[in-house]
Design a binder for this molecule. Structure first.
Ligand code: GRF
Length: 199
């Protein structure tokens, strides 16, 4: 399979996918990184792995529609079977969600449907939950609402702050995301309404 990754920042989840491919765990090639941030560290990671980079910088467009048109073109240009959102910090427009329906995955640092949106780890701490974790889900029109592929949980410990909890969750993200991508690439996921069956 051909997979493309969208990332806005550090790109450690992108790296986990690259490493999963390099080790043979994920039967795929990574055909592109698309980023909205020209200074994303993910770009360095892509260069090191020989993955072509496309920057679609929101600030270079006059309107949201123009930006989304350019992003759609960049995504189509990848000819990917799967698009992985790995810390992509912009909400995708309806058209993009529709065009790539069923073949876009996102990783979120909480156990959805709890704590969707930004600062999920801080939300979890403020709520006082005793467990949190990460969720890999397919992308639909909503914000962090699509069918769930995988979740992994971690304890929330007394004395945790946003940094320590985020670090513990991130370690699980780096397991969950390559696993979910692998399941997709092996054609082992089927969507039945809201629920995903894993074969
Ligand atoms: C991760 O916590 C991911 O769940 C969230 O943004 C963060 C990205 O980290 N959506 P990285 O860029 O993959 O290192």
């Amino acid at each position: 399979k051909r997979i493309a990754v969208l990332a806005s920042g550090r790109g450690s989840n992108f790296q986990a996918v690259i490493d999963g491919i390099a080790s043979g765990f994920i039967p795929a090639v990574c055909v592109g990184l698309i980023t909205d941030n020209p200074s994303a560290y993910a770009i360095e990671r892509a260069k090191r792995a020989g993955v072509p980079v496309t920057v679609v910088d929101f600030r270079e467009f006059r309107s949201k529609q123009e930006y989304e048109g350019a992003l759609l073109d960049a995504m189509k240009g990848c000819e990917a079977d799967l698009f992985v959102l790995a810390g992509y910090m912009r909400i995708l427009g309806q058209q993009i969600v529709h065009v790539f329906s069923g073949r876009m995955m996102n990783i979120h640092p909480a156990l959805l449907p709890a704590f969707s949106g930004l600062h999920a780890q801080r939300q979890a701490l403020e709520y006082g939950v005793r467990v949190s974790g990460c969720t890999v889900h397919l992308v639909d029109e909503g914000m962090d609402t699509g069918p769930i592929v995988l979740q992994r949980c971690v304890p929330v410990l007394d004395g945790d702050d946003v940094e320590t909890l985020s670090e513990r969750i991130l370690a699980e993200e780096h397991r969950a995301l390559p696993e979910a991508v692998r399941l997709f690439c092996e054609n082992r996921l089927s969507v039945e309404g809201r629920r995903i069956r894993i074969r």
